[in-house]
Write a protein that binds this ligand. Structure first.
Ligand SMILES: Cc1ncc(C[n+]2csc(CCOP(=O)(O)OP(=O)(O)O)c2C)c(N)n1
Ligand code: SF4
Length: 532
């Protein structure tokens, strides 16, 4: 079998290709972004969706058409995609659909450390948890097979370490044969009106039950070590930390973590004197085990936060309550690039004393000194709604200082419905929406989106969104475009006038991200035919 040195993300992409996935779709988000980029680079069909909800819906459509799909996102993306997820488990799928979701324990690049395992349980989706690159490869293929066999979308739960750590991966020598797509009508199974959804829910529970009773839960666990005194139950990368911290212990490593192999867990605990559950994030395995009456110990609350490592696992196993060493002093805080087009914007917002309902992207760094010009940042797209709420609530003088600031990728992702709300329920003082159009999704590594007019591979797309036309179409008449770098004074005047006026205004501050411009120029130079 061929062997390659791959990160977990690269392994998922390779498995998608080898497993005959006909379409990969998703929305960028660290630590998941490279999966689709790699799939595209390997020659697979990979495309960015405007957001995770749309990505999952597209993937579901592919699977309804009896073809295989991979959908990728970071953990918070699953919040956006939760609506289709909870019904996709009811409708089921006709072919393999794997949803790769990357959690970020320790919040290296995220606003929270939510645990995707809760979603698998809540939505009733089977879930696989790789602990290294090889398992990322194997479980992606397993996920496609399980999905097709039990007709359910499967969640592949990754974490930052698994996504980004490299390891040797044995890959298949032959690619799977892609199934022949075709449409088979199934109205009761696909149209989730209450009369169809009620039996669909029963069907979902039966499918999960069948999966739990199949050979798979046992086949996907490993039971290693001889020790009869200490047993450890672990999942994902936590199992590797546990093995390092307690090489002598008996270790039950779970691959399928929904539905859980509860009876195998029970039998395991009966063969050891003491059994401890080692898991990152929420006490998901621990709670399930205890609810089933399985006598396991868990971890103290403080280990719910951040990533685990061998030393932290040792502390859990030893009941060591001494304070953990302070993390090494963080390096220089992140800053906007010196020639970033967001800089002059935040200088102006700071000078005008704005109350800034902010959003997520490079521009969130407008919160840092010297600007300190961001007052809220909740989740992608929230700038518009939060800004409107502040405008509704505050006394007029203060309300007139409120501006919503959103990046171009974020505007396309979830800002658009906010703009509809702004047009529909305008505050008495009006409102100002500032779209920072730097022609890229900079924060996650310069990905394309429907507003750049380029596809994932940077070649021209079929269309390019026109934000000004969208605002006009929604009924907002005061729409401006300005380059905040070359025409900073004009930008400041525009902002000043818009805030003073009680109208609804959209200002598009358009200036490409300097890094993205350089990368695009290099890409175009590469594409030019070389001289004979
Ligand atoms: C639901 C969700 N999906 C993905 C992400 C990851 N993410 C954070 S900001 C961002 C977009 C940034 O692009 P843009 O709004 O254009 O701002 P820029 O970084 O270019 O300034 C993405 C994809 C996230 N935080 N939340
Ligand atoms: S990558 Fe682009 S958008 Fe991000 S800080 Fe640098 S110049 Fe600004």
């Amino acid at each position: 079998m061929p062997q390659q040195l791959l990160t977990g993300n690269e392994a998922v992409a390779q498995a998608a290709l080898d497993g005959a996935v006909s379409l990969g779709t998703g929305y960028p988000g660290t630590p998941s972004t490279e999966i689709l980029e790699r799939l595209g680079a390997l020659g697979g069909r990979a495309q960015w969706a405007p957001n995770e909800k749309v990505a999952l819906e597209v993937g579901l459509g592919v699977a309804f058409g009896k073809a295989r799909a991979l959908v990728t996102m970071k953990h918070v993306g699953l919040n956006v995609a939760a609506d289709p997820l909870f019904s996709a488990t009811y409708t089921g799928v006709d072919e393999g659909l794997v949803i790769a979701v990357a959690d970020d324990p320790g919040m290296h690049s995220s606003q929270n450390e939510q645990d995707t395992r809760r979603y698998a349980e809540a939505a009733g989706a089977p879930m696989l948890e790789p602990g290294d690159a090889q398992e990322a490869y194997d479980y992606t293929l397993q996920g496609l097979a399980i999905s097709a066999r039990f007709q359910l979308p499967v969640i592949l739960r990754m974490t930052t370490r698994v996504c980004h750590s490299k390891g040797p991966v044995q890959t298949r020598s032959e690619r799977a044969q892609a199934p022949a797509p075709r449409y088979e009508r199934d109205i009761p199974g696909r149209v989730m009106i209450p009369g169809n959804a009620r039996p669909a829910h029963v069907r979902l529970r039966e499918r999960l039950h069948n999966l739990a009773r199949s050979e798979l839960p046992e086949a996907l666990l490993t039971d290693t070590g001889e020790d009869r005194q200490l047993g450890i139950i672990a999942d994902g990368v936590a199992a590797a930390h546990a093995r390092e911290a307690a090489p002598q212990a008996r270790l039950l490593k779970l691959g399928l973590t929904h539905p859980l192999p509860i009876e195998a867990m029970r039998a395991f605990t009966q063969q050891v004197e003491r059994c401890v559950v080692i898991e990152e994030g929420d006490p998901y395995l621990y709670t399930a085990a205890r609810a089933a009456g399985i006598p396991v110990a868990g971890k103290p609350e403080r280990f719910r936060f951040g990533e685990l490592n061998a030393e932290r696992v040792r502390r859990i196993l030893d009941g060591d309550e001494s304070p953990e060493p302070e993390p090494e002093a963080a390096g220089k805080p992140p800053q906007l690039c010196s020639d970033c087009s967001h800089r002059p914007v935040f200088q102006v917002l700071s000078r005008l004393g704005c109350i800034v309902a902010g959003d997520i992207g490079c521009y969130t760094l407008g919160v840092m000194p010297p600007f300190e010009a961001m007052d809220t940042c909740v989740c992608m797209g929230a700038s518009v709604g939060v800004g409107l709420g502040l405008r509704h609530a505050l006394p007029a003088e203060e309300a007139r200082r409120v501006v919503s600031v959103i990046g171009d990728s974020t505007f396309v992702h979830t800002g658009l419905p906010g703009l509809a709300e702004m047009a529909y329920n305008p505050p008495e003082t009006g409102h100002v929406l500032l779209i920072l159009d730097n022609d890229t999704t900079a924060m996650t590594g310069l990905q394309e989106h429907p507003g750049t007019g380029r596809r994932l591979d940077h070649h021209p797309a079929a269309s390019k969104l026109n934000y000004e036309a969208i605002a006009l179409a929604l009924g907002i008449t005061d729409v401006h475009t300005v380059d905040p770098v070359d025409h900073k004074d004009d930008f400041e005047r525009l902002m000043h006038d818009a805030l003073a006026d009680d109208r609804l205004t959209v200002i598009v501050a358009r200036r490409p991200c300097s890094l993205a411009s350089r990368r695009l120029a290099a890409f175009r130079a590469e594409q030019e035919p070389s001289e004979p």
